[in-house]
Design a protein around this ligand. Sequence first.
Ligand code: AMP
Length: 299
Amino acid sequence: MKHKKIIVAGTVAFDTIETNNEKKEKIIGGSANYFALAASNFTKVELSAIVGTDFPKKFFDNLNKRGIGTSNIETVDGETFHWIARYEHAMNMAHTIDTKLNVLPLYNPRCEGNCEILFLANVEPIKQLHAIERSKNASLVITDTMNYWIKNNLEDLKKVLLRTDIFIINEEEARMLSGEININQACAKIVELGPEILIIKRGEYGSFLYKKGELNFYIPAFPLKNIVDPTGAGDSFAGGFVGYLSTVGNSYKELKTAMLYGAATSSFTVEGFGAEYLFNITKEMIEDRVKELIKMITL
Ligand code: AMP
């Protein structure tokens, strides 16, 4: 079967990140960038984003070498979106210190390339909506978001969810969005908003898949002894998950397998600082970790 092409709409950013051990200034990150690098192990990916004239264009060549199309990245006068964050002791949650939007409000998603799968990485819901409208060929829409949009842009987010097939969200965000404390009740409420399938992320404790009428499918995070920088874990989980789906169908069994690919892919991201490890991994390396995960969860 021919692999489906994916388009991702979101951010390409400068990130300044401080962990327990290190601080790095203005390294290249962004939600769409992490996703695209992860998904590029499986199929061709188009990246839709906006950057300023301060962004190093040679980075696009590195993306192109991994089969990531950059013609939907617009460059405009001004500075690139810059996220500044710090991780506390356990390194399981990013504390945003500053979000310098810079040129990001000008993002007007270009979505050319006739891609069959659309991934909406974390970005303002109205931009996600425009990306849906412009991705005419996409028969599968997968959406990510964050607590800020649930709090501040709920009406637009609900419009996005009406057109979403699979929604990826963390446990706390699911409680916040549904107003339910019990996570299963939260899931039951969220699927009423549109998406048939949910992926609930639980950080270092793994994630689970929810579909009405099916048993939840729980998987652990890949166990690592050393976490260098958790940035991009969620986006690269999504990249591994959606990347694998692009090579198969989307039966419940295939979705379950895709969860393992998501967990395996994101485990590489957190072993390095920023997106550095994602440039060096291969599908075979991901598959080895999928096999390990399968051993961990079977008798
Ligand atoms: P993750 O660690 O998977 O949640 O994603 C981290 C990436 O999201 C970083 O590389 C940031 O540049 C990007 N990011 C952080 N805040 C935002 C935001 N408000 N909108 C879009 N992207 C963001």
